[in-house]
Design a protein around this ligand. Structure first.
Ligand code: GAL
Length: 731
């Protein structure tokens, strides 16, 4: 009997599967994406799965749903998934299938941007570093080795999604996929091979038969049936390349990324809402917030060079997953208002009428519905307008939404939700630190290679570490002992980037670094040399590989010279062609000092003789997890530059990077169409706090390890709880 009922259920289930599979479809027309026969206004948000922990995912997704989202968009991060050729990794933060299934369980759709080039302020734009060393390769052009690798990875992801039945046509949540990313501007630059590559990429993707549409963002010539889409702060003027394609906005920039030493960009909630309402009133039907949750560039995943560890992005959900108010609530209210107009929006094109010199009404009137958007484009003045027999007050730079063409339910400049203040409450300080000084390496060590001349850094390290030593001996003869004019000689070093510590005879002579705009750097200083042998040791430090720019794979890092010594009796010495000894990585890295098992492999110093404010120092301490589940963060404001680990997991690079006064910008967002982000926090660190995921901690005895490159004061590091408090004013 039991078996009978079970069989019946199985048959029913089978039927329902066949039925839903048969009815599941995603297509499009000029108005909208059509899911199972229904045209939809789709509100999407980017959450990049490796930028948070699997433990955070359900809550982030739920908060996205509560914020009125229909879709979660993510890139696929190739270098996280294929660390060496043919070795795939889909665990932990890279468990793509789990992430997509969680989105599905929450009842949301997925927009999967396979790329596999992703840009995204992610190390090397998502490409594995080994790809650069495939013979004959050139990235993102009509190049056979590149296309073969790109196809192989794209096929791998698509077949994985198919095997897990994750495409909508299989009953899964994926309704859209993306191939490439903003290739249009590169194609424009490189011409014919770029055009051929675009065609190839589109054909290759379409040939994979996912059953759901493909998109290409910023790609005006996206071949049919691929849809070209817009990215930007504003996109109302965008038109897809064919009348029968819907108007889609894949990146509504909710803020912007932070670079170390750069001002912290923000974008007002009102301006984000205004740009979205403006897009919808002009016929847009799909929009995606980039980012909805930015998260953290854990480990060495930050791109750049010089991208900060935080990827907060001023997004509606902050780095720690807490709603940022009023942005989160103001956009939720906007989504509700837009959704109440959905049937009108998807059935007709708007008719546009002037309400004043700088004011318009966009009316969507079908047989059964009427929805109106009343816009005031004036950046300074409020205006009272008459519409359909009513009077409406429109604040500057705002749009009112009238789902029945009469009642204003929302205005983009009238913020109904409360604002909140971030609170960072110290919960633990005075860690019981111990120190270990990383010696400046000497050329007699093992694991070194001696070569004639200067070599590019990533060629040698393959980006397995940020650190590469360049070492040589400077022998000063007795006849040089009295230096010209009695002055010490001038050592000049040119490096392709990104940061450099110069040691002479074990002493730090100086530290220099570049910036995102100009990663190159130079060191020029009079240095004390003794007669006889002087040990010159240069620690060249990479700070994230570039993620954008034509053929960014060819950009160099490391000390490429020239290196000169001037002011000796015998004239200027060019040291560039000398014998240089190379050592990849730090001793502490090789010993695994940052890991739970490796951390006890050296003698640590504690108490009064502990190193403080010393360059190249490892610090470790243990601590118990504070009770509760509030998100945690480390206050690293007292430190210089380096890296942080908790229980062997890499939190990322630390570098408070004080922001030069004067690099902050005007926050007025209205008026023109250029880059409207505000630049804030001048005079403060660009990143003081570093997210410690709760799930990385055990109740007691957590191992915190910090490697400091410059010299900092660890006694002032503290653990803080991140919280938000709603503004009292509006309570
Ligand atoms: C876009 C790109 C994204 C991201 C963004 C800036 O152009 O597609 O991946 O880099 O810029 O945050």
């Amino acid at each position: 009997m039991g078996v009978g009922i079970q069989t019946m259920w199985s048959i029913l289930l089978l039927f329902s599967c066949i039925f839903s599979a048969a009815s599941a479809s995603v297509s499009y027309d000029h108005k909208a994406i059509i899911i199972n026969g229904q045209k939809r206004i789709l509100i999407s948000g980017s959450i990049h799965y490796p930028r948070s922990t699997p433990e955070m995912w359900p809550d982030l997704i739920q908060k996205a749903k509560d914020g009125g989202l229909d879709v979660i968009q993510t890139y696929v991060f190739w270098n996280g998934h294929e660390p060496s050729p043919g070795n795939y990794y889909f665990e932990d933060r890279y468990d793509l299938v789990k992430f997509i299934k969680l989105v599905q369980q929450a009842g949301l759709f997925v927009n999967l941007r396979i790329g596999p080039y992703v840009c995204a302020e992610w190390n090397f734009g998502g490409f594995p570093v080994w790809l650069k060393y495939v013979p004959g390769i050139a990235f993102r052009t009509d190049n056979e080795p590149f296309k073969a690798a790109m196809q192989k990875f794209t096929e791998k992801i698509v077949s994985m999604m198919k095997a897990e039945k994750l495409f909508q046509t299989q009953g899964g949540p994926i309704i859209l996929s993306q191939i490439e990313n903003e290739f249009g501007p590169v194609e424009w630059e490189i011409g014919a091979p770029g055009k051929a590559y675009t065609k190839w990429a589109a054909q290759m993707a379409v040939g994979l038969d996912t059953g759901v549409p493909w998109i290409m963002c910023k790609q005006e010539d996206a071949p049919d049936p691929v849809i070209d889409t817009c990215n930007g702060f504003y996109c109302e003027n965008f038109k897809p390349n064919k009348d029968y394609k819907p108007k889609m906005w894949t990146e509504v920039w909710t803020g912007w990324y932070t670079e170390f030493g750069g001002a912290v960009p923000t974008r007002p909630a009102e301006d984000v809402a205004f740009s979205v309402a403006r897009f919808i009133q002009s016929g847009g039907s799909f929009l995606n917030y980039y980012m909805y949750h930015g998260g953290t560039n854990f480990g060495r995943t930050a791109g750049g060079p010089f991208m900060a560890t935080s990827y907060d992005y001023d997004a509606p959900l902050d780095e720690y997953g807490l709603p940022r108010e009023p942005k989160w609530g103001h956009l939720r209210d906007l989504h509700k208002a837009i959704k109440s107009c959905e049937s009108a929006l998807v059935s007709v094109d708007p008719s546009v009428t002037k309400l004043g010199s700088n004011q318009e009404a966009h009316v969507f009137k079908s047989e059964s519905d009427c929805a109106a958007f009343l816009a005031n484009y004036d950046a300074k003045y409020s205006v009272k307008v008459s519409f359909g027999g009513g009077q409406y007050d429109l604040p500057p730079w705002s749009i009112s939404i009238l789902p029945d063409c009469k009642t204003e339910v929302y205005n983009t400049a009238k913020v109904g939700s409360q604002s909140s203040q971030v609170q960072m409450t110290p919960v633990h300080s005075g860690f019981p630190w111990q120190s270990f000084i990383e010696e400046t390496t000497s050329s007699d060590e093992t694991d070194t290679t001696t070569l004639d001349g200067l070599y590019e850094q990533i060629n040698i390290t393959r980006d397995t570490t940020d650190y590469l030593w360049y070492m040589t001996d400077i022998t000063i003869g007795s006849d040089e002992a009295f230096l010209k004019n009695g002055k010490s000689p001038l050592l000049t070093i040119f490096s392709a980037g990104h940061a450099l510590n110069v040691f002479i005879n074990g002493q730090l002579s100086g530290t220099v670094y570049g910036s995102l705009e100009n990663p190159k750097l130079s060191f020029s200083q009079n240095v004390n040399l003794r007669s006889g042998i002087n040990k010159l040791a240069l620690l060249s430090i990479s700070v994230g590989l570039p993620n954008v720019g034509t053929h960014f794979e060819t950009w160099n890092a490391g000390v490429l010279g020239p290196i000169t010594l001037k002011g000796l009796n015998s004239g200027t010495w060019d040291m560039s062609g000398w014998k240089w000894t190379y050592k990849t990585g730090l001793k502490g890295e090789a010993l695994g000092l940052h890991t739970v098992t490796g951390s006890s492999s050296v003698e640590w110093v504690e108490g009064p003789s502990m190193a403080e404010k010393q360059p190249l120092t490892w610090y470790k301490a243990t601590f118990n997890a504070p009770p509760g589940d509030a998100p945690l963060s480390l206050d690293m404001g007292s430190m210089g530059k380096g890296q942080i680990w908790i229980n062997g997991q890499s939190v990322g690079r630390h570098w408070p990077g004080y922001i030069a006064r004067g690099s902050c910008g005007d926050c007025s967002y209205a008026g023109t169409y250029d880059d409207k982000k505000c630049r804030t926090h001048c005079g403060e660190p660009s990143q003081r706090w570093y997210h410690i995921p709760r799930s990385w901690l055990t109740p007691t005895g957590n191992l915190l390890v910090v490697f400091e490159e410059w010299g900092g004061d660890p006694s002032r590091i503290s653990l803080v709880e991140r919280g938000t408090a709603l503004d009292a004013k509006k309570l």
